[in-house]
Design a protein around this ligand. Structure first.
Ligand code: HEC
Length: 166
């Protein structure tokens, strides 16, 4: 009798945690992230950036980037260059395979996104990626650095090509 009750409470708690995690993403209160692991904070169930998706759904894409298209062709040279740029600038947080598990990811909230999942989302068009890489976490309040000062537009487009190949 007593153990059934305990089971029910435990199950309810689990379900609540799962739902809260799925719906609230980065907005979790202290304690609610327990059992999810710190590095997963702020990521959706698939590891995409909840804060960024929310921001774009609410505000659209920054006018400066909306409608942008990748001027570069998908060539081996561009992909190689994109990978080199990724290794230098992104791996520290997003990890070698883009899963969001680089050494610099520890303790970041929101956590670096799983780019292999992010890239498959309908929202991840060229304008979205150009804006994300150029402006970084500034508009959404994350630790991702803006790259528009340190990388050329062409470098950013090479990175976009590479991201799509992850
Ligand atoms: C200091 C750590 C850090 C570095 C370095 C970094 N990022 Fe991020 N990145 C994040 C974090 C944290 C997020 C999730 C919050 C957000 O969207 O800003 C993120 C999100 C993203 C997203 C959005 C994913 C989605 O779900 O929509 C993309 C795309 C991305 N990063 C690409 C890159 C690329 C490409 C580089 C290198 C040029 C890079 N990042 C460098 C921390 C980092």
């Amino acid at each position: 009798m007593k153990s059934t009750l305990i089971m029910a409470v435990a199950l309810g708690g689990l379900l609540f945690t799962a739902l809260a995690g799925a719906q609230m993403g980065g907005g979790m209160g202290p304690g609610m992230g327990q059992g999810m692991g710190r590095s997963m904070m702020g990521r959706g169930p698939e590891g995409v950036s909840i804060v960024r998706h929310r921001f774009v759904m609410a505000n659209g894409i920054d006018k400066k980037y909306a409608g942008k298209r990748n001027p570069l062709a998908l060539t081996d040279d561009n992909l190689r260059a994109g990978k080199a740029l990724f290794d230098t600038n992104c791996v520290v947080c997003h990890g070698t395979s883009g899963k969001g598990d680089g050494p610099g990811a520890k303790g970041l909230n929101p956590a670096p996104a799983d780019l292999t999942a992010a890239i498959a989302m309908p929202i991840a068009g060229n304008a979205y990626l150009d804006w994300t890489l150029s402006e970084g976490g500034v508009p959404v309040g994350s630790a991702m650095p803006p790259f528009k000062a340190s990388l050329s537009e062409e470098d950013i487009w090479k990175l976009v090509l590479y991201l799509r190949s992850l």
